[in-house]
Ligand binder design. Sequence first.
Ligand code: ZN
Length: 131
Amino acid sequence: MFCSKCGKEVKPGMKFCDGCGYPVKTTPEQQNEPIFTPAPAPVVPEENRPLGPWAYFGYGLLFSLPFVGFILLIVFSFAGRNVNRKNFARSYWCWLILLLAFALIFVVLVLTGVLRGTAQGVTQWIQSLRL
Ligand SMILES: [Zn+2]
């Protein structure tokens, strides 16, 4: 018997060729078998399926829509099946809270008069550049 890879003679009963290490195949069925069968890809359950970059971009865009986006944000934050989409939706609340905090600070600054005259000052500065 001879090795099917390197052609060296293989003694009967040997499982591997001592010339090249290739497994010895004795029957015709074994000749056609692949030596190594790749491990099957792990099955990721739907709730743990990762989101692609475009999904993150798309959901971010969706949540930015006025009113409809807010409704979808609530739905995906609590009712979604996919953990990754749920976490992304929940992280969006942090941006919403930051935005509201900055809006509140801006309103307080306007109401207390700290920003009074700012727009006028900027306009005058631009006009002074033109002269
Ligand atoms: Zn060999």
